[in-house]
Design a protein around this ligand. Structure first.
Ligand code: DX5
Ligand code: ZN
Length: 220
């Protein structure tokens, strides 16, 4: 089953508790948490304190996406806050082996992300050590941007490598994903669809979660 990970960045922060509860009630699978430092990306979001608060009110899997210039400094605070997966960028650590190993030792899923202008070849050598590959389909920093189609080539190439080598690595796609391109993104090989604006602005969040759960790869 294809999983849906609503991105909290697009939620109404004045009603954060209700928004998280609504995502849970919609049957969405994970919560995607975007952490931005104003250095690696030109925006600042929130930190471990907010993640800890969210962890208190949901039992769902917390998928923490670190858009940070020094992500390893913050592994422990986010793990203590309740992260189940921690993802950092290949752009920050072109040789990510020791950081992926550190995350596995700390019993969270070890996630690696790449920007839309990166090549699949940059991450392929590390997929065996990676639990979760987060393919960015927008340049990170802001929600609500348009999907960059060429990211699907990265998804396809990484899916093929994972399948050919029988690896245990999930692929998630993040940025500009919504009901209109969900099937296409799944067909390219995604296991998890991150949706910020498409989820939190949806007329019916449960319908959207049902739609994602009904997707079978290869229906096009
Ligand atoms: C972008 C973030 C995304 C973003 C997705 O920097 O990593 O997770 O919140 O939002 P939408 O789905 O609105 O593009
Ligand atoms: Zn993200």
């Amino acid at each position: 089953m294809i999983k849906l990970a609503p991105s909290v960045l697009a939620a109404d922060f004045a009603r954060l508790g209700e928004e998280i509860a609504s995502a849970d009630m919609s049957n969405a699978d994970w919560h995607h948490l975007d952490i931005m430092d104003g250095h690696f990306v030109p925006n600042i979001s929130y930190g471990p304190g907010v993640v800890k608060t969210i962890n208190k009110i949901t039992d769902k899997f917390l998928d923490v996406h670190l858009m940070l210039a020094e992500p390893e400094k913050y592994f422990d605070p986010f793990i203590e806050a309740g992260a189940d997966a921690i993802t950092f960028h290949i752009e920050v650590h072109p040789n990510p082996t020791r950081y992926l190993a550190e995350l596995k030792e700390k019993h969270v899923l070890a996630g690696l992300s790449l920007n839309p202008d990166a090549k699949a070849e940059q991450v392929i050598p590390y997929l065996e050590q990676t639990d979760l590959l987060l393919v960015m389909s927008v340049f990170p920093g802001f929600g609500g941007q348009s999907f960059i189609e060429s990211s699907l080539d990265t998804v396809t190439a990484c899916r093929k490598y994972i399948d050919d080598n029988n690896l245990d690595c999930l692929i998630s796609v993040d940025g500009g994903v919504g009901p209109k391109n969900a099937q296409q993104v799944a067909d390219a090989g995604a296991d998890i669809l991150v949706m910020g604006s498409a989820f939190y602005k949806a007329d019916d969040r449960k319908d959207l979660a049902d739609l994602v759960h009904s997707i079978q790869r290869g229906n096009i």
